[in-house]
Design a protein around this ligand. Structure first.
Ligand code: CDP
Length: 230
């Protein structure tokens, strides 16, 4: 286990990070970690407590007082817990979608989450996805990918995810929601979504998840950094 050997995948909403990260983790025998789920769990708790997501003090207080965690699920997916309660399904609501980026901008929240995430990667080889994994959380990783796709394709993929969860949302609405989230995520002061200088950028607009994973496996197989010698 080492932070260098772990694999970082960043990218904007709907780029397909979680699908390919999960597949890549399975192929490598690594643990899959979605860091967004930790921020989503915090957003859920803010909603439950009726705290103001735009008040930094309140959000930081909730982040520091409530235990959020993620654990591997038997099918290679991830289970998200708040104070021991399984909230995996609850963190996918429209309400969580609408406040997760605002609560993720606060520096103290990020510092707390980065600590949790690094502790996970110190304990297991991971394929970790998020917004600041290659730049901050696993800055030492020598296998970094930045996954992106056209805004139209990302919105269409996200709309299909919603449909699978039983949420029927119009394409324009989905487009707006992810554009809004991308704007907040890429312009925040601390650890904005950006391409790490040493990341490999994959535009997967016209690629299937299997093709993306095959491309990643070539890089992983060829990179000393990702070999078992490290
Ligand atoms: O919806 P999607 O799967 O693209 O996003 P997610 O990975 O579930 O992350 C939800 C939100 O959490 C993002 O839009 C960011 O605001 C925040 N996040 C973050 O700030 N840093 C991370 N490493 C991961 C997520």
């Amino acid at each position: 286990m080492s932070l260098e050997r772990s694999i970082a995948i960043d990218g904007p909403a709907g780029s397909g990070k979680s699908t390919v990260a999960r597949m890549l983790a399975r192929a490598l025998g690594y643990r899959y970690v979605s860091t967004g789920d930790l921020y989503r769990a915090l957003a859920l708790e803010i909603l439950r407590q009726g705290a103001d997501p735009y008040d930094e003090g309140s959000v930081v207080e909730v982040a520091k007082s409530v235990s959020v965690s993620v654990e591997p699920a038997p099918d290679g997916a991830q289970r998200t817990m708040v104070e021991g309660e399984d909230v995996t399904a609850l963190i996918r609501s429209a309400q969580v979608d609408s406040i997760v980026s605002p609560v993720s901008v606060y520096p103290a929240v990020r510092a707390h989450m980065v600590k949790l995430q690094r502790a996970i990667a110190e304990d297991a080889d991971v394929v970790m996805d998020g917004r600041d994994i290659g730049t901050v959380v696993l800055a030492e990783s020598r296998c970094k990918f930045y996954l992106t796709a056209s805004p139209g394709e990302r919105a269409a993929r996200r709309q299909r995810d919603y449909a699978a969860q039983g949420r029927q949302v119009g394409l324009n609405e989905v487009r707006e929601e992810i554009a809004q989230r991308d704007m907040i995520d890429s312009t925040r002061r601390v650890s904005p979504l950006t391409v790490a200088p040493d990341a490999i950028v994959i535009d997967c607009t016209a690629m299937s998840p299997t093709e993306v994973v095959a491309a990643m496996m070539q890089v992983v197989g060829g990179a000393d950094a990702c070999s078992t010698q490290l």
